[in-house]
Design a protein around this ligand. Structure first.
Ligand SMILES: Nc1ncnc2c1ncn2[C@@H]1O[C@H](COP(=O)(O)OP(=O)(O)OP(=O)(O)O)[C@@H](O)[C@H]1O
Length: 232
């Protein structure tokens, strides 16, 4: 269970909501709305006392315990070690003891065995995002927040990620995305942010009603054959 109560900072305004155990969430909103900032608050990268994780205030949790409960996966892969390989990076993703077979299982699941001995800094941006995904699967926190995971992925990879999310390989997920069709089909609960304010928090079906689409996206979207597409 995740709960945030009356949180405000320079960007976010009076944020409160509860996500029940095993409920997944999509966070939507335009550029600069505050989505990444909210994710950093929920994972305590922006320190606060307004978030409760599984009935414990996040400010009271030791780092080791907190990372077991929540993992923020950033939109860009950044690393200072120029020489570390994919395999070595994944070894560092375990919270407890390293299980080599788990690394091979995840590499196979994502179809990225061929890059396992490559140096991380040389990967393409899409490959780096797959590495972040692999790392989060190994980390396997109770709640994983993905910040624009699919932004640099090709379409077939986006489809694979969608399938993976549907498989419940990870426990509880919070997904920040600009891919509305992905959000529409995942059918998770939706939180819509506008200028740091929650304008919608509720079911997917309700959010994607025509009246809400025109309220939040004006005439920039249309539904074609049960898919949300840009109304060019
Ligand atoms: N460390 C910071 N210091 C000052 N302003 C910041 C900082 N981080 C973010 N902001 C500002 O806060 C606002 C919200 O940023 P945030 O990254 O949370 O938006 P977002 O909804 O994730 O946007 P996008 O969809 O473009 O990624 C932006 O105007 C941004 O410039």
């Amino acid at each position: 269970m995740l709960k945030i109560s009356n949180y405000s900072n320079l960007i976010l305004k009076d944020i409160s909501f509860i996500l029940k155990e095993n409920e997944n969430l999509i966070i939507l909103g335009s550029n600069g709305a505050g989505k990444s900032t909210l994710a950093k608050v929920l994972s305590n990268l922006i320190e606060n006392q307004s978030v409760e994780l599984f009935d414990k205030n996040i400010s009271t949790l030791e780092d080791k315990k907190r990372v077991e409960l929540i993992n923020y996966v950033p939109p860009r892969f950044e690393i200072f070690d120029e020489y570390i390989t994919v395999y070595e990076f994944l070894e560092l993703s375990f919270i407890k003891s390293i299980k080599k077979e788990k690394i091979n299982e995840v590499l196979k699941l994502l179809g990225i065995e061929s890059i396992k001995n490559r140096v991380c800094v040389d990967l393409s941006s899409g490959e780096k995002q797959l590495l972040l995904l692999a790392s989060s699967l190994i980390h396997n926190a109770k709640i994983t927040i993905f910040d624009e995971l699919t932004a640099n992925m090709d379409i077939s990879r986006v489809k694979e990620v969608y399938t993976l999310f549907k498989m419940d390989y990870l426990k509880q997920k919070i997904i920040i995305t600009h891919n509305l069709d992905l959000a529409f089909h995942l059918k998770y609960k939706v939180l819509y942010l506008q200028n740091g304010v929650i304008k919608f928090f509720g079911g997917c079906e309700e959010f994607f009603l025509e009246e809400n689409l025109s309220r939040f996206y004006k005439n920039s979207l249309k539904v074609v054959d049960n898919h949300l597409v840009v109304n060019l």
